[in-house]
Design a protein around this ligand. Structure first.
Ligand code: ZN
Ligand code: ZN
Length: 351
């Protein structure tokens, strides 16, 4: 089986990786209906996170269960499933508290840009849809696997309430879906920060009421101006730089909350500034598993369409072009389709 392998800065290859097999009795093998490139894949792609030799890539996936280990009880072959980037048992104290991405037995899923994938702790990690979905729903279920779940967590961590004023820092897929999440949670006003016309348009489609194009202190000043000098009740930080983090904290009203999901790169917070900001800070790697049942239900019923963030679809063997397009910001997010496989429903209808 061929899959994506990162060799070094801007060098992704589609090459033989060997076929994944059940290793632990709690594993499942999933045939991916679709996978994609993540904004966070661009950190190692750009050489900003060092890698140790050739590294298989991919952590966002949905697809049909092909095989399960002997200890797997609830997940069955033939089911269409969605999982997250951290496999979790969903039974330990951290999982029960809703922090599955801090599971005591968590394992990072990092081989998803391939037609087949081994998922550890299948019963805890994977959630099945009621039936195999139609092909048009696949992009939205794929988005639920990470970017939708992460944007949703940003909104939950920022304590978005009905009627609230929300600001979103970052116009990547997570930021845009943070806008969608805030809208779904009933925010009254949603200020998206973006200077790219196509992303502004999608932000408005997802529910943004205002667009701020400035960055840093100028962006904070603009948010203050839009909120009569008060600041936003909830701010979603979806970038992970020093500037974006300070922009988020500065845009929040005293007593408000920042939900931060951008993986920090070089962020250094000043204790005194934090002390006087009077804001709640909560974030981290999103416990997407907590939200899967609810988000799957919203997609299944057609209430949200997060798959709109995929503005480029490529055959999986062109994965390198997916990385290039996202690196050069020609695409918001690239969906990758494995070749030579029918979609599940067609297979089921045929039998
Ligand atoms: Zn991701
Ligand atoms: Zn756990």
């Amino acid at each position: 089986m061929k899959g994506a392998v990162l060799y070094g800065p801007r060098d992704v290859r589609f090459e033989d990786r060997g076929t994944p097999k059940i290793v632990e009795p709690t594993d499942a093998i999933v045939r991916t209906s679709a996978t994609c490139v993540c904004g966070s894949d661009l950190w190692p792609y750009r050489g900003l996170n060092p890698i140790n030799g050739p590294t298989p890539m991919g952590h966002e996936y949905c697809g049909i269960v092909e095989e399960v280990g002997s200890a797997v009880k609830t997940i069955k072959p033939g089911q269409f499933v969605i999982g997250s980037f951290f496999a979790s048992d969903n039974t330990c104290p951290h999982c029960r508290a809703g922090y599955q991405s801090s599971c005591q037995h968590r394992e990072f899923v990092s081989t998803a840009q391939a037609p087949l994938l081994r998922v550890p702790l299948a019963d805890g990690t994977l959630v099945a849809t009621p039936e195999v979905p139609s092909a048009d729903l696949i992009p939205s279920f794929l988005a639920v696997s990470d970017v939708m779940g992460t944007g949703w967590f940003a909104a939950v961590a920022a304590n978005v309430k009905p009627g609230a004023t929300v600001a979103v820092v970052g116009d990547g897929a997570v930021g845009l879906l943070g806008v969608l999440s805030a809208k779904q949670m009933g925010a009254g006003r949603i200020i998206a920060m973006s200077r790219h016309a196509p992303r502004q348009k999608l932000a408005r489609e997802f529910g943004a009421t205002d667009i701020v194009t400035e960055r840093g202190n100028e962006a904070v000043a603009h948010i203050k101006e839009l909120t009569k000098g008060i600041g936003a009740d909830s701010v979603l930080e979806c970038v992970g730089t020093q500037e974006s983090m300070m922009q988020a904290i500065g845009s929040t009203r005293p007593g408000g909350a920042v939900g931060y999901v951008g993986v920090p790169h070089g962020v250094d917070l000043d204790g005194e500034k934090l002390f006087y900001a009077h804001v709640h800070l909560h974030g981290g790697p999103a416990p997407v598993r907590r939200f899967l049942p609810e988000l799957i239900d919203l997609v299944w019923k057609g209430k949200i369409n997060p798959g709109k963030v995929f503005d480029l679809t490529l055959p999986l063997d062109q994965v390198a072009e997916g990385y290039r397009a996202m690196d050069e910001r020609r695409a918001i997010k690239a969906l990758l389709k494995p070749q030579n496989q029918g979609h599940g429903r067609q297979k089921i209808n045929a039998t």
